[in-house]
Design a binder for this molecule. Structure first.
Ligand code: SER
Length: 317
């Protein structure tokens, strides 16, 4: 019985912590990490690692065969802000890597796939408050279009070919271990770094930009839970809405000020404002709760405490 996991894009913000969590849960030799570049010392020392370009089908297939992989987590992607700058590259990376993995599953070379979707699948015509699972979806960013299209293909591969693909529409993910790259929700991480370094932050979104967010520990738990659930529980094969908390820059600044009263925030919105304005403010995740028992744990003040405590330690090293 094969029982090996491959993570594509293991050195990114989610991939880094997902790799550690999967190695902890299943044993380090069962989890092969991969990316287009080497990871940090922990990543390289904690289990097998391969350099792979997720858009190269043969490269992915070779590793799948070599390690007898049966489960793939496809975390390689170009996020919203960067994909607006490089639309063709973003589309190519996000879609080609997905087809590579879905086709490996269709051809029975792997058995199970995790693919992350995002709140970016929604658009300016979507109801913005308590956005339900099924609603108007007209994404206006390259990233959002790639995630919406990807969802349709995941569902198609499930219905037509029986591919066991599972997916979550992640909110903005807040974490301290690895920096995010090129997202619109990245301000909610950068603000903690700047609070510790300069006691002030110049925010690229305006004060009222409320967006759905989640702490990394919750996001990882959701990922492990949806993948561990019995197949019949996973009734949605496009992607599940997932909610934790919602806040705007003014509210996160107020949460930081509770611990660092001298902290100050100023606003200078840039092109990312338009992206944020096209996304929901809050998400309804009834289906994730009912189908596989989802419930978040971290609220804003708990996140602030964790972020400041852990980042302070890393800055002192
Ligand atoms: N956090 C992502 C971004 O901002 C959304 O999935 O692009």
């Amino acid at each position: 019985m094969k029982s090996r996991i491959l993570i594509l894009g293991a050195c990114g913000q989610i991939g880094t912590e997902l790799t550690a969590a999967l190695r902890e849960k299943y044993g380090k030799h069962k989890v092969v990490a991969s990316d287009i570049r080497e990871g940090d010392a922990d990543m390289m020392a904690s289990g097998p690692f391969e350099i792979i370009d997720a858009t190269n089908y043969e490269a992915v297939e070779n590793i799948v065969i070599h390690y007898e992989i049966n489960e793939v987590y496809l975390m390689a992607a170009m996020l919203s802000a960067t994909a607006e700058k490089f639309p063709a590259k973003g589309w190519h990376l996000n879609m080609t890597s997905l087809f590579n993995v879905l086709n490996l599953a269709k051809d029975k070379k792997i058995e199970k796939v995790f693919w992350p979707s995002s709140i970016a699948v929604f658009g300016p015509t979507t109801p913005r408050v308590n956005t339900p699972q099924h609603t108007i979806m007209e994404p206006s960013t390259v990233y959002g279009i790639s995630k919406q299209t990807g969802e349709r293909w995941c569902e198609y591969y499930f219905h037509k070919y029986g591919v066991d693909v599972r997916s979550i529409r992640y909110p903005g993910i807040i974490s301290w271990q690895t920096l995010p790259g090129g997202g619109t929700t990245d301000y909610a991480i950068d603000i903690y770094h700047k609070a510790l370094k300069h006691n002030k932050y110049l925010c690229f979104l305006n004060a009222e930009s409320t967006l759905p967010m989640i702490y990394m520990e919750d996001a990882i738990r959701a990922t492990l839970d949806i993948m561990a659930a019995p197949a019949e529980k996973i009734k949605i094969r496009s992607s599940y809405n997932l909610a934790a908390i919602s806040f705007n820059p003014e509210e996160i600044a107020a949460s930081i000020k509770k611990q660092r009263p001298e902290f100050a925030i100023a606003y200078e919105p840039d092109f990312r404002q338009e992206i944020a304005d096209s996304w929901p403010q809050s998400i309804l995740d009834t289906e994730a709760q009912e189908d596989w028992g989802w419930k978040h744990q971290f609220d804003l003040d708990a996140i602030t405490e964790e972020m400041l405590k852990n980042l302070e330690k890393t800055y002192k090293k």
